[in-house]
Design a protein around this ligand. Structure first.
Ligand code: CAA
Length: 246
């Protein structure tokens, strides 16, 4: 298997960590960005103790110049980015009638504008090399909406609009662009939902439990393989059966 350079944004988070580990286990050279240096270093040390080397690069994906600088650093240290997983995301949950402009903007900037900021600097290289894999980590709530998440659902639905446009523009260049839409996975983000609300949501999952980060990372392996070259513009729901729209 060819060893490629993979960038996972937000790789230190719950789903991000599982994706980083999965890509590394496939033999790829993996980089991720961070904003909190101490937290990121501790995270990288833990992975190193498990035999996984990850390049940490300081970068704020919600900021165009910072994202450009981050890509430059990854490319100078590891080489051109062939695999990009747009995974970084945050929540600022509240009902819309109570939502501040800042809660709206923070989520749109980090979850959706980031996809422009990070993908724009890598797309020309992928087109020139005639190979690329781009995966957006969206959400079940981009597909079905969620009480208290007008900002998040708008950003996550927007990510898939981006996917299906980019997929069309780049299909002739050996680049596939897909979306993975996780449901409620047992990460810090989901555990921050008040317990009573979370229990009600978990009760709506036919498989009968929250997901595991590794169950999302499994799909990333699938999409980035050479053999997946005819799969582009897809939106794969991984949600324990909570939402089966099509
Ligand atoms: N449908 C209908 N009504 C609902 C509802 C729902 N899903 N959720 C809450 N309500 C109602 C409540 O029953 C309550 O009604 P009454 O006043 O008549 O009793 C009213 O709305 C207010 O509810 P809360 O007391 O919960 O209101 P709040 O202002 O304290 O909190 C909230 C609102 C922030 C939206 C909170 O309910 C919440 O955090 N919900 C979970 C949101 C969520 O799912 N976030 C996902 C985070 S994880 C993630 O995003 C990862 C991913 O991709 C899946």
């Amino acid at each position: 298997m060819t060893s490629r350079v993979a960038l996972v944004t937000g790789g230190t988070g719950g789903i991000g960590t599982a994706i980083v580990k999965r890509l590394a286990s496939m033999g790829h050279k993996v980089a991720t960005n961070y904003r909190d240096e101490a937290k990121a270093k501790a995270w990288a040390d833990k992975l190193k103790s498990e035999g996984i080397d990850v390049l940490l690069v300081k970068g704020d994906v919600s900021d165009t110049a910072s994202a450009e600088a981050m890509i430059k650093e990854v490319e100078s240290k590891l080489g051109p980015v062939d695999i990009l997983i747009n995974n970084a995301g945050i929540t600022r949950d509240t009902t819309f009638h109570k939502m501040s402009a800042m809660q709206w903007q923070e989520v749109i900037n980090t979850n959706l504008n980031s996809v422009f900021n990070v993908t724009r600097p890598v797309i020309d290289g992928m087109r020139n090399r005639k190979w690329g894999r781009i995966v957006q980590i969206s959400s079940i709530n981009g597909q079905k909406g969620q009480y208290g998440q007008a900002n998040y659902a708008a950003a996550k639905a927007g990510m898939h609009g981006f996917t299906i446009s980019l997929a069309q523009e780049n299909a002739k260049f050996g680049i596939t662009v897909n979306t993975v839409s996780p449901g409620y996975v047992a990460t810090e983000m989901v555990m921050a939902v008040p317990e009573d609300v979370r229990n009600k949501i978990a009760a709506q999952i036919p498989v009968g439990r929250l997901g595991e980060p590794e169950e999302i990372a499994y799909a990333i392996e699938f999409f980035v393989k050479d053999e997946a070259k005819w799969i582009t513009g897809a939106n794969l729901a991984i949600n324990g059966g909570q939402y089966m729209g099509w």
